[in-house]
Design a protein around this ligand. Structure first.
Ligand SMILES: Nc1ncnc2c1ncn2[C@@H]1O[C@H](COP(=O)(O)OP(=O)(O)OP(=O)(O)O)[C@@H](O)[C@H]1O
Ligand SMILES: [Mg+2]
Length: 328
């Protein structure tokens, strides 16, 4: 049986960038910046794949391309055994109910004028027309129970402002769950929540994966908490996957200098071996690269790194790294 839910193949996306604010009016001289750079990966049924990387590395853009809120310049997306790259109209509409997105800000992602019951009912009305009143109620209550929001009658009648941040994010999950999705893309779903409730929301993701076999693309800056829930991890740098592997393996044995620096920066994860790993404090404004995109920050760079771009190569069974000199 094919256990792969999502396959992304050689995805590329560049945005136009004005060189100077006035260039747009003067000569329309534009520059492009490659934000998604030849990204390929598989996501399996019931897998939580963490996507980590600094701000601007392309995490949200990748998510928007996968849910088809944005078109890639090239590449392919296979979802549930179907090529969805060029899907439009009704076909796209149908697929959309099977992949849902949860956003960072639970305060602005829910309509403040609607009660919880109606917030969760809305996607059902759009995608599952023809449901009877009692079936709708049952689906909503079942979604609320799955995300541990109780008592059901009381919660259903509340407005978003009457709920805590953690409860609102649970409502966002319930709203996705009523459509019985196969994939949930969660873009920094806990970064705006109190530290005390973050782990509860992450545990909820783990429960949904285990009970309903839902797959997650979990986008985060936070490597220290992601290790409690993630199965595998992609580390992005300037739109490229620079490391991929089993999450525990990557955290205990990071190969790329950027991943090592990320892990060394987290006190709870820091291990003596990585405690001194640092990056050069240099600012890079390049938009095109002949060699490695990490060159300007790298303390291990060798001559080759300046002229040749490293490929993502397999070090171990399922651990990949994009670096010529990762063993040093
Ligand atoms: N519509 C757009 N037009 C032009 N540039 C864009 C657009 N959307 C994103 N970008 C640029 O693409 C790059 C990647 O952005 P993206 O939002 O994907 O990063 P991110 O990894 O999600 O960052 P963060 O952690 O801050 O959310 C950034 O440099 C951003 O400015
Ligand atoms: Mg983002």
């Amino acid at each position: 049986m094919n256990n792969t839910l999502l396959t992304v193949i050689n995805l590329n996306k560049a945005f136009f960038m004005n060189q100077q604010p006035l260039d747009f009016f003067r000569s329309r001289k534009k520059n492009t910046i490659k934000v998604i750079d030849n990204i390929s990966f598989d996501l399996h049924h019931g897998e939580i794949l963490v996507v980590a990387g600094e701000s601007g590395s392309g995490k949200t853009t990748l998510a928007r391309i996968i849910i088809k809120a944005l078109n890639a310049d090239s590449g392919k997306i296979i979802f549930d055994n179907r090529d969805i790259t060029n899907l439009k109209g009704k076909d796209l509409f149908r697929i959309r109910s099977k992949m849902q997105m949860i956003f960072q800000d639970p305060y602005s992602s829910l309509d403040p004028r609607m009660k919880v019951f109606d917030i969760i009912k809305e996607p059902l009305q759009v995608h599952n027309k023809g449901l009877k009143k009692n079936e709708i109620k049952q689906a909503i209550y079942s979604a609320l129970s799955k995300v541990n929001l109780e008592p059901l009658d009381e919660i259903s009648n509340k407005y978003p402002h009457m709920l805590s941040g953690g409860q609102r994010q649970r409502v966002s999950f319930a709203r996705s769950l009523v459509l019985k999705p196969k994939l949930i893309i969660a873009d920094e779903p806990v970064s705006m929540l109190d530290v005390s409730v973050r782990l509860q929301i992450l545990s909820l993701m783990k429960k949904l994966k285990e009970i309903d076999n839902i797959s997650f693309l979990y986008i985060t800056h936070d490597l220290s908490t992601s290790r409690y829930v993630g199965d595998n991890i992609i580390v992005l740098y300037k739109g490229q996957i620079i490391e991929y592997g089993n999450l525990q393996d990557v955290i205990t044995n990071p190969l790329h200098p950027y991943t090592k620096a990320l892990i060394a920066a987290i006190p709870k994860l820091r291990q003596s071996e990585y405690s001194k790993i640092a990056v050069k404090n240099e600012f890079d404004q390049s938009t095109t690269y002949q060699g490695c995109k990490f060159l300007h920050k790298c303390i291990y760079a060798i001559d080759k790194c300046e002229h040749e771009a490293p490929n993502l190569t397999i070090d171990d069974k399922n651990h990949k790294v994009r670096c010529f000199n990762y063993k040093s």
